[in-house]
Design a protein around this ligand. Structure first.
Ligand code: ACM
Length: 751
């Protein structure tokens, strides 16, 4: 064990330990949660007399463990009675049923890792290593019996090294951590417009030229003419892996139970290829489009030559060929592509792409490999034995599984680790989105549409780390941790064995582990989220607070005043009758850690009433469907994807709310959002009309938007109508979608 390094960490930890924060007391805090854990009293103490012994088949696993935990291997003559053993042993199906499973038995005298296969022994070894690193006092391993096996065989992480290049040393660190969390597929996104990263001996220009770009950050390069420089140019930014580097990574990963799946992008995202081999572009010119010409046989010769070298480096059965986001404009204008469409009797450009993927699949199959591609490969017809990575939501996965194809689930809403993980105002710039640890944890990889038979086609799930906005290795750590452990549990642990509160408790100990391993993880946020639950009958609202902190000290007020440590101490959810102005914060040493969160809890007249849509809401942003606008829950200030904001795509919003009786009215408010990047704009105006019978409406008021269309960052606006003196039963709210982009609306609050 690296006592020299860890002792320092340990000392600091003890100083910090006692006063201010709650600590998890879970003794066995393994992530992902094992299938069965039986805790026993006592500990196995690792000391100078501890030795590792192994059956011959697990010698490599045992020596990896010895290296990681810095415990000496035992020779046969050394196993005296006073020596305490950690034993790696081969067992039969009667002891460990699953081929990737293991049993870990820890008694005060001996630790035994039992498994049937190398993968199983590695999984058991990682659980043991975690147990060592998780304890407040390193070296004291709690006694327990653990029986464990994975739910899914595919537990993936993708790292994009094209948008930014990361050296071999970092890839190894990344793989070490992946294996510690039992993730077993490393999808390596090696090629894309911003840089080709793998040496191909037949095409040296791919790395001597297009592994090097004109600007350091992706954004600067993207906003420039997007050119490349020659290796050695003082201004060149980039890098690549030699074939020897890549082989070293493959071997390193294999030792840790990880398969490296290389991705070579085609036919889109190939700007860098066309920059040095413009003859493969429809225009035969560089920098015109990013798509390979599919009418030109040279394209297929090139791809096969590249893939031949790739297959010689990567023994992985799967070869990922991209297939995503290819534009069709160049193919439409290209006589060679059009001739191909005609000759092959294809219907359109989607079928042309499908033709290309099939042709590549035939080649891979002839070499006994399997094709993996992003879900666009479904369009124009899926290649016969292709496996689909479902990223544009879950539909691609559902369709492919229904057709009897294998699927890896990686939908954007749960698996894109380039999205923000906390309030964007507190975070380094990211591509957008909002993906918390808790939201990842809530993911179920088998789509609800699939029956038990079809569910078998779901091989597992994958986290994707695209690196447009992740320029350094420290930043990759930051985006991956602690979200990757959440994904590890989603893919490893049985659904019924997953519980977020329990995960959060275990995660507390993993912060210590990540500190000990010098991982630059994202620290848990001090932000509070207010949860509300409306009881329509009793006209009561139940309020609760949620935070990434473990058992935080929260004070709150209900009159909107700033809370202090003399305000009410939060002890669990509480009820509010009518309305309240909730303000709350997490406190440490008498002061709040972050500005108090404020929320008006409204038990307004429209809650639970019927809403009629005269124009539809967007199929992609249904939120809570017909209940959204009057369910009492207000869309939050972080993202339109929080399940409360309802989208209106291209069309206006036009709804009528039925209050069930003619009533005296005081006010109406409705919120909209603007975020111009994804095309979300404020309405030009919002108009309120009233009616007693639902037929004859009279316009009461219109409010024009005053947020400029140029305001790009996420902005909320409440359109507030005073309705004093007005009466009505039916209330029609109309919002003009002048930009024909998205409107996002929430909660029509009526008093
Ligand atoms: C992707 O995110 N373009 C697969």
């Amino acid at each position: 064990m690296k006592f020299s390094k860890y002792l320092i960490t340990l000392t600091v930890w003890i100083v910090l330990n006692f006063p201010t924060f709650a600590q998890s007391t879970k003794r066995v805090a393994i992530i992902p949660q094992p299938s069965q854990v039986i805790e026993h009293p006592g500990v196995f103490t690792i000391d100078r007399m501890t030795r590792i012994q192994s059956d011959q088949v697990f010698a490599a696993v045992a020596s990896l463990f010895a290296k990681q935990a810095e415990i000496r291997m035992s020779g046969p003559q050394q196993t005296k009675d006073s020596v305490k053993l950690i034993l790696f042993t081969l067992v039969g199906k009667d002891v460990v049923a699953d081929s990737a499973g293991y049993r870990l038995l820890i008694t005060p005298e001996k630790i035994t890792v039992s498994a049937r296969t190398n993968a199983g022994a590695l999984n058991g070894m990682q659980s043991l290593l975690q147990l060592i690193l998780l304890q407040p006092k390193m070296g004291e391993v709690p006694c327990a019996e653990i029986n464990d096996h994975p739910r899914f065989g595919y537990r993936g992480v993708m790292l994009d090294v094209s948008r930014n290049f990361f050296p071999v040393s970092y890839i190894k660190h990344f793989l070490d951590l992946m294996s510690l969390y039992k993730m077993n597929k490393f999808h390596w996104h090696l090629t894309d417009g911003p840089g080709w990263r793998l040496e191909i001996k037949k095409y040296p220009e791919l790395t001597s030229k297009t592994a090097w770009r004109t600007h350091h950050t992706w954004k600067e390069w993207w906003d420039s003419p997007r050119h490349y420089l020659t290796e050695g140019d003082p201004n060149a930014y980039g890098g690549y892996y030699t074939q020897a580097d890549a082989r070293e990574i493959v071997a390193y990963a294999k030792q840790r139970g990880i398969t490296v799946i290389p991705e070579i992008e085609m036919p889109g995202h190939s700007d860098e290829v066309l920059a040095v081999y413009p003859n493969l572009a429809c225009s035969e010119k560089p920098f015109v489009s990013g798509e390979l010409c599919l009418g030109n046989d040279s394209t297929f010769i090139f791809l096969k030559n590249v893939l031949t070298e790739v297959m010689a480096i990567f023994p992985s059965e799967y070869i990922h060929v991209g297939g995503d986001e290819a534009g069709q404009a160049a193919w439409k204008e290209c006589p060679k592509c059009q001739k191909r469409i005609k000759d092959e009797k294809l219907k359109n450009e989607s079928e042309l792409q499908s033709y290309a993927i099939r042709r590549i699949e035939q080649f891979l199959t002839s070499k006994k490999r399997k094709l993996l591609g992003w879900d666009e490969i479904l369009e124009g017809g899926l290649a016969p034995a292709a496996t689909v990575m479902s990223w544009r939501g879950e539909q691609g996965g559902v369709t492919a599984a229904t057709m009897g194809h294998d699927v890896v689930m990686t939908p954007g809403g749960y698996c894109y680790f380039d999205h923000y993980q906390a309030d964007p105002a507190t975070q380094p710039l990211a591509i957008g989105g909002y993906l918390t640890v808790e939201h990842i944890y809530s993911y179920e990889p088998v789509p609800a549409e699939l029956d038990a038979f079809k569910a078998k086609y779901i091989l597992g799930a994958q986290a994707n780390i695209w690196t447009e906005y992740i320029p350094t290795t420290e930043h990759v750590d930051y985006m991956a941790y602690p979200r990757l452990p959440a994904m590890a549990e989603v893919t490893w642990s049985e659904k019924g064995n997953r519980n977020f509160d329990d995960f959060k408790t275990r995660l507390q100990a993993h912060y210590r582990l990540l500190q000990r391993l010098n991982v630059n993880y994202c620290r848990p946020s001090f932000s509070l989220e207010v949860g509300t639950k409306f009881d329509n009958q009793a006209k009561k609202v139940t309020v609760s607070f949620k935070s990434e902190q473990y058992k935080p000290v929260i004070y709150y007020t209900l009159d909107g005043s700033e809370p202090t440590n003399l305000s009410t101490l939060y002890k669990g959810s509480f009820e509010v009758s009518g309305s309240a102005k909730v303000a709350a914060a997490i406190f440490e040493n008498g002061l709040f850690k972050e500005k108090p969160v404020k929320l008006d809890v409204d038990f307004h007249k429209a809650i639970g009433k019927k809403v009629t849509y005269h124009l539809p809401y967007s199929k992609n942003y249904v939120a809570q469907k017909e209940e959204t606008l009057v369910n009492g829950y207000r869309g939050g200030s972080l993202t339109y994807g929080d399940g409360q904001w309802q989208g209106f795509e291209s069309n206006d919003m036009d709804v009528t709310i039925d209050l069930e009786k003619v009533d005296n009215l005081k006010s109406l408010a409705v919120s909209f959002m603007q975020q111009t990047g994804p095309g979300v704009f404020m309405p030009d105006f919002v108009e309120v009309s009233l009616s007693d019978d639902g037929k004859e409406f009279r316009k009461v008021k219109t409010i024009n938007n005053d947020i400029p269309l140029t305001q790009s960052t996420l902005t909320l606006k409440d359109f507030k109508f005073s309705l004093s003196g007005e009466k009505g039963r039916y209330i029609r709210v109309f919002a003009k979608n002048g930009q024909h982009g998205f409107l996002f609306a929430d909660e029509v609050i009526i008093y």
